[in-house]
Write a protein that binds this ligand. Structure first.
Ligand SMILES: [Zn+2]
Length: 219
């Protein structure tokens, strides 16, 4: 996981909607549109704490080659999608990818893929398909402008990176986590789980079952 620095924009100002997300559809990807030197994640977070706090434009995360900054709590809507509130603003979490001239676009984009996978996994989503959006999907704006221009990779490649990180998380799942996921999904008694564990058709049986549940597959 990349380092996330909490730098929340001050509540009560226009950049903070103060409204809870009405659901979770996934993650909306942006490029900052700012190629200026020094326009990194810290600079963008500071902007929302200062000069930008009274403008109705905001994002949850901004990512550069070193870190992510969080400006809006994940459970609160940010004003990033330009769709008038539904569902881009009200049901997705925004990641801005830095494109400053003195930054490393490739690394920043990779970090954004890691963060997107983390957000999706925390919402129980293991198959990224249908849960990754471009700003363009909501408002028609040419954003994320760098990815849309194939820099450092095109959209399908970016989505593939996110899926790759989600697949990696499956391998990291512990047996205890797998048990919890299976019990919640299937309502199995402890005894049944013990039976499954004892069955040991394959070392990773529980992990594979849990991953199948999270991908929406049938048992
Ligand atoms: Zn955008």
């Amino acid at each position: 996981m990349i380092k996330v620095i909490e730098m929340l924009a001050p509540a009560g100002h226009k950049c903070r909607s103060g409204r809870k997300l009405t659901g979770f559809r996934g993650v909306t990807i942006h490029n900052t549109g700012n190629a200026g030197r020094g326009a990194d994640a810290l600079a963008h977070a500071r902007y929302l704490q200062g000069g930008g706090k009274d403008t109705a434009a905001s994002w949850h995360y901004c990512v550069d080659e070193h870190r992510a900054t969080r400006s809006i709590p994940e459970s609160e809507a940010a004003w990033h999608a330009g769709d008038g509130g539904e569902p881009g603003n009200m049901q997705t979490v925004a990641i801005e990818i830095c494109m400053n001239a003195d930054g490393d676009l490739r690394k920043a984009t990779e970090n954004a893929a890691v963060l997107a996978a983390d957000i999706l996994a925390r919402h129980g989503i293991r198959n990224a398909e249908g849960h990754l959006y471009q700003h363009h999907d909501w408002s028609g704006k040419d954003c994320p402008q760098m990815i849309r221009a194939g820099r450092p990779c095109n959209w399908p490649a970016f989505c593939g990176k996110v899926q790759g990180y989600l697949d990696g998380k499956e391998k990291d799942m512990t047996e205890a986590e797998a048990e919890k996921i299976i019990q919640e999904a299937c309502g199995f008694e402890d005894q049944t789980i013990q039976f499954l564990k004892a069955y040991r058709y394959h070392e990773a049986l529980l992990t594979k079952l849990a991953a199948a549940i999270q991908k929406g597959g049938a048992l």
